[in-house]
Design a protein around this ligand. Sequence first.
Ligand SMILES: [Ca+2]
Length: 229
Amino acid sequence: MEAAQTQRLPVDCQQLFLEGERSSGVFQIQPPGAQPFKVHCDMTAEGGWTVIQRRVDGSVDFDQLWEAYKNGFGDLNGDFWLGLEKIHCIVQNKRYNLLIELEDWEGEKQLIQFLFNLGEENTAYTLSLLGPVSGELENAVGDFRQLPFSTRDQDHDLKADTNCAKHLSGGWWFSSCGHANLNGKYFRSIPRQRHERKQGIFWKTWKGRYYPLKSTTMKIQPTELEAES
Ligand SMILES: [Ca+2]
């Protein structure tokens, strides 16, 4: 370990939890090799989750370009996208689980969890599934074990004749456009027009392709919960 810094910032919210923090909120972290940055920590009885995405009220426009998805945007106390580069920095040193929480307008919730990795920018922040998916729903990337990230201005999806991020809305690990998009437009009610509905926040294997979800949260936690000193 380096001895230069007297007070090291926690590398993620789980470390903050292990150091005794029990309140959810915004904290400064510093993964190895990265500059410090702020994150929202979701503290539960068992551990600390670092939140990487949240949609709760539609106050933030998620129809953003590559640089915004790379660096992050929104309000850490409300709707936000943490940023692909920051997520990559956090997960490159340990093995992390990704937990996705979905909620519909009747108050029903669904959870999806899997071990994952996120590549660096020269892989277009490819999301890789490293283990089986727990929860009742299929994973975020359909039948694929890994998918690069796409935005309107950087089309890395698997559909040659379509720009999924433009056709739908927002940035995501799109395959053929139709499986999931948690960064779509936030709708407080279901739009009448089908072409509008397809731009909403959806998870096909739960509420279907044209049901705009009420809220989503994506958060990460290392798989080995004991502190490594
Ligand atoms: Ca395409």
